[in-house]
Design a protein. Sequence first.
Length: 449
Amino acid sequence: MPVLDEQLIPVFDEVVSRNPGETEFHQAVREVLESLGPVVAKHPEYADGEVIRRLCEPERQIIFRVPWVDDAGRVQLNRGFRVEFNSALGPYKGGLRFHPTVYLGIVKFLGFEQIFKNSLTGMPIGGGKGGSDFDPKGRSDAEVMRFCQSFMTELYRHIGEYTDVPAGDIGVGGREIGYLFGQYKRITNVYESGVLTGKGLTWGGSLVRTEATGYGTVFFVNEMLSTGGDSFDGKRAVVSGSGNVAIYAIEKVHQLGGRVIACSDSDGYVVEESGIDLDLLKEVKEERRGRLADYAQRRGSSACYSANGSIWSVPCDIALPCATQNELNGTDAKQLVANGCQIVAEGANMPATPEAIDVLRASGVRFAPGKAANAGGVATSALEMQQNASRDSWTFEYTEERLEKIMRSIHRRCLETADEYGATGDYVVGANIAGFTQVADAMLALGII
Ligand code: NDP
Ligand code: 2IT
């Protein structure tokens, strides 16, 4: 495990003792702090202003009760969260996750990552995250609507176009954003389009937002390939997950001439040497909210479905973890290395464990961290806010071009910053330092707040 700079050890110890049991949050903080040694050595002003300590403490944390009535008339109870982490660069911005594993430590890790990711986009957005331990799986549309309405009945008082702008994440897509926006509009009596992003196209949404995270990740990998004089042409890719990020990552890999030969959900993974059939995947997962096993069954003998084992055992040139945190561990990383994988880029937030990252870096596999590689989603959310503010809507082509430019610029900033700090080619160091310095400078300018 990389060592922490001496100055940063007490900062990390304080995070652990002030946030007991929140292991994912500790992990996300440690990963950033491990990169910051050369920065504090070069810039003592960050230490003087206690900038790093302040950055690790959320500006505001909101936890609330979410009662709702299910279709059988029973009262159900969930817990809602919004962690407003840092607003030095703009209003808090980040998604809402509805998944049974959500607790404060998950929301804090995601909110912390979001600060640096949003900074890297170059857009005026701070960092935040929220969600609930509500499980939408198996719930009717009416139940999801009642849950969202109850959730927003508390959340509305904390958010706003200039305050905090939520969006989707795991378990929160266009349907949920619709119910949330409807309730916000009803309670406030204001058609405030810029309060949420990921909206539908007829009510203030932006073209390309649905595709943005997956497309952005693949644009980022395309930049990695082209700096090495290579391209997606003929490359075999494995993409974990089969939700929003995974589906559009697969689509863009195929558009750029690569072939995605495996994807997964929380029950298992499917391998299809001829390439995943995207139309069927969209029908099963996006439209019918079905399972990957149904997809495999529909594909017949061309697909091989496994309920056990790891998707990372499938040989590939490029691996894109696009499901959830800590889904690719040290053993998986060794397997990828043994199979000749050249690039791992995180479409999900923190999908690779610290051990996996160590293995990949030590073996010369090029690794792109999520805060750089999956920033296209939130960047396009910021483009949605821009369209809302100007009451305009842009074409698909123009918006996609903006997204691609943003991903190129993030890629360039990562490499330039890594170079500047003596870590040539290291995207982790580049992303952490470039994301950090912009926020830290703004925090210093704004005083001790
Ligand atoms: P979705 O809910 O659309 O899809 C999530 C996918 O990951 C599903 O295939 C799901 O399987 C699988 N999955 C979720 N949780 C687990 C788990 N605990 N174990 C195994 N598999 C799991 O979410 P998204 O595609 O939007 O998000 C995927 C990742 O990308 C997350 O890490 C998210 O934070 C990150 N991200 C999302 C962005 C966005 O714009 N949506 C932007 C940037 C990052 P199953 O169907 O079985 O639940
Ligand atoms: O993790 C993420 O960047 C997201 N879930 C998207 C956040 C957003 O505000 O679009």
